[in-house]
Design a protein around this ligand. Structure first.
Ligand code: FRU
Length: 502
C-alpha cells in the first residue's frame, strides 16, 4: 500500500476510535430526559420561556466528563421534552467560572440592555473564583444565542467565598425584581430587591436548618392553591447532604411573601422534602410561564463524578407541574409529570384482575416492554406490593408499598452496576398518607403508583404526586423483565415512551 494512503487510513481510523460516540443510543443514555451529547452536567440554570422556546441552561464542563470549567450549556425545546442542544451560552473566563443562576425576560427594559426595540434576556449568575463568589449579569438580544457579560459586574459582592445561586423573578405588586440567593454554610436564604437588575438592596433573610448540610439553589415562587382563588409562596431549597435517602436532596417551605420577607407556615421541626429518592437535586422553576414547572438534576453529589456513563455524565429529571393543596391543618406540595409527556406514549399493555400469577405469565408471554415505559399500578391498601423492573440475571430494581408502615420505596441494591460508590446501593422510602384531611374526597382504597422507567432511571409518583422518588439505575441492556409480587394488585397499565432524540 502506498505510504500516503496507509497513513491516511491509519490516522483516520485512530481519529474515529478517539471520537466520542455522539449518538443518543448508549446503553445508559436517557431516552426521554435531557442529557448533553457529551461531557459533564449538573444543575439546570436560567429556566425561562421566551419567544416560543423553553430555554434550558445548565452547569456544563465543555472540556470533560467530570465537574470543572463551569460554563452555561444551552438547549432549547418547544415542548420541554424534545431538546435541541446549542453551543454553550456563557463561558468561564479569566474572572472565574459561571456557577448556577437564573434568567429573566426584561420586558420593560428596566436594565437598559435592550436596543432597537429588542427585549433583553438577562442572566443573573454566580461568578466563582478562589475565595470569592459574587453575583453577575449577562444579557442577550438574540434569543439566548449570544451573550454579553455586563461590564460593571459584579452586581452584588459580599467579599465572601460562598455566596451563590441567585434566582430572580419580577414581583408585580412591589414592581421590582426579587432575588433569592444563599449563604450556604450559614444555611441562610437572603432576599434582595432591584428596580433594574443592576442595583440591589437587601430585603431580608430566612433560615430554618434542621441538621442538614450546606444550602444551595433557592427558588421562591408564587403558586396557586388548588381549587381556591388564593395563592401561597413556595421556597425550594437544595441541601447538599443530609437528605432522607442520604447525600443531596431538597426541602421546601410554604408560606407568605409580602415583597420583603418570606415567612414559612411550617412549625420548626416540620421538615418537608420535595423528593425521597437519592437523585433529585437543584430543581428550580421556569420564569415567564403561567404554569409552575420545575426541572432538577437527576444525581447526588455523593457519587455524581463516578456514575458509569460516557461520553456524557449527568441528566435532568422529567419536568414537573407544581401545585399547592390546602388540607385542614396545612399546605402541601403536589407534583405531576407535565402533560407534554403524554403525546410521547403509546398503549402497550393493560391488565385488570386479581391473580398476580396470571399477570406475570401474560407479561412474560407478551415480552413487554421496550426500553422505556411508564407503568401505572393500582393495588389494595392493606396488601404489600412489589413491582420488579429492569429484571435480568442477578439484577432487579424493586418498587414497593409496605402496608404496615405505609411507605412507598425503591430498592436498587441489585439494580445493576452499583459498586462505583458505596453510597449508591440501598433502599429509599417515602411516607404515604392515605387521605388528605379536609379535602372532600373518598378515602383511598388503593395505592396508585406511576413509574417512569428510562434507560438509567426510575421516577415514582405515588397517589397523584403526593410523594415522589427519583433514582438512577445502571442495569444491563438485556435486563428488561417486569414482575409483580403481592396479592393486592388490581390493575396495571404500561405505555411505551418514544425516544425524544429521533
Ligand atoms: C449545586 C452547586 C451550586 C453551584 C453549582 C456549581 O449543585 O454546587 O451551588 O452554583 O453547583 O457547579
Amino acid at each position: 500500500m502506498n505510504k500516503l494512503i496507509f497513513s491516511f487510513l491509519f490516522f483516520s481510523t485512530l481519529a474515529a476510535a478517539q471520537r466520542p460516540d455522539t449518538t443518543y443510543s448508549q446503553p445508559f443514555r436517557p431516552q426521554f430526559h435531557f442529557s448533553p451529547r457529551i461531557n459533564w452536567t449538573n444543575d439546570p440554570n436560567g429556566l425561562v420561556f421566551h419567544n416560543g422556546e423553553y430555554h434550558l441552561f445548565y452547569q456544563y464542563n465543555p472540556f470533560g466528563n467530570k465537574w470543572g470549567h463551569m460554563t452555561w450549556g444551552h438547549a432549547v425545546s418547544k415542548d420541554l421534552m424534545r431538546w435541541q442542544e446549542l453551543p454553550p451560552a456563557i463561558a468561564e473566563d479569566k474572572n472565574g467560572m459561571i456557577f448556577s443562576g437564573s434568567c429573566v425576560v426584561d420586558v420593560n427594559n428596566t436594565s437598559g440592555f435592550g436596543k432597537g426595540g429588542k427585549t433583553p434576556l438577562v442572566a443573573i449568575y454566580t461568578n466563582h473564583r478562589e475565595k470569592n463568589q459574587s453575583q453577575h449579569l449577562a444579557w442577550s438580544l438574540d434569543d439566548g444565542r449570544t451573550w454579553t457579560k455586563y461590564d460593571k459586574n459584579p452586581v452584588i459582592d459580599l467579599n465572601m467565598a460562598d455566596f451563590r445561586d441567585p434566582s430572580v423573578f419580577w414581583h408585580e405588586s412591589s414592581k421590582r425584581w426579587v432575588m433569592s440567593v444563599v449563604l450556604p454554610h450559614e444555611k441562610k436564604a437572603l432576599f434582595y430587591g432591584s428596580p433594574n437588575l443592576k442595583d440591589w438592596t437587601k430585603l431580608s433573610e430566612f433560615t430554618a436548618p434542621q441538621g442538614e448540610g450546606i444550602w444551595e439553589c433557592p427558588a421562591l415562587i408564587e403558586v396557586p392553591v388548588e381549587g381556591q382563588a388564593t395563592s401561597k409562596w413556595l421556597l425550594l431549597l437544595s441541601i447538599q447532604s443530609g437528605a432522607p435517602a442520604g447525600g443531596s436532596g431538597m426541602r421546601y417551605f410554604i408560606g407568605d411573601f409580602d415583597g420583603t420577607t418570606f415567612r414559612s407556615d411550617f412549625r420548626p421541626g416540620d421538615v418537608r422534602y420535595v423528593d425521597y429518592g437519592k437523585d433529585y437535586y437543584a430543581a428550580i422553576t421556569y420564569n415567564n410561564t403561567p404554569r409552575r414547572i420545575s426541572l432538577g438534576w437527576m444525581n447526588n453529589w455523593q457519587y455524581a463524578n463516578d456514575i458509569p456513563t460516557s461520553p456524557f455524565r449527568g441528566a435532568m429529571t422529567l419536568p414537573r407541574d407544581l401545585k399547592i393543596i390546602k388540607t385542614d391543618t396545612t399546605y402541601e406540595l403536589r407534583q405531576q409529570v407535565i402533560k407534554e409527556f403524554s403525546p410521547l406514549t403509546s398503549h402497550s399493555y393493560q391488565w385488570r384482575g386479581i391473580d398476580t400469577k396470571q399477570l406475570n405469565q401474560s407479561l412474560k408471554q407478551k415480552r413487554i416492554p421496550g426500553d422505556n415505559y411508564v407503568l401505572t399500578v393500582a393495588s389494595e391498601l392493606d396488601s404489600n406490593l412489589v413491582v420488579k423492573v429492569r429484571q435480568g440475571v442477578g439484577e432487579e430494581t424493586l418498587i414497593g408499598y409496605d402496608a404496615a408502615s405505609r411507605q412507598v420505596y425503591v430498592d436498587r441494591t441489585k439494580s445493576g452496576q452499583t459498586s462505583f460508590s458505596k453510597n449508591f446501593p440501598g433502599r429509599f422510602s417515602a411516607p404515604l398518607k392515605l387521605r388528605d384531611e379536609g379535602i372532600s374526597q373518598p378515602e383511598r382504597t388503593m395505592v396508585r403508583l406511576q413509574i417512569y422507567v428510562d434507560r438509567s432511571s426510575v421516577e415514582v409518583f405515588a397517589n397523584d404526586g403526593q410523594v415522589t422518588l427519583t433514582n438512577l439505575i445502571f442495569p444491563k441492556p438485556e435486563s428488561k423483565g417486569i414482575e409483580f409480587v403481592g396479592g393486592g394488585v388490581r390493575s396495571v397499565t404500561i405505555r411505551n415512551v418514544e425516544s425524544t432524540w429521533k
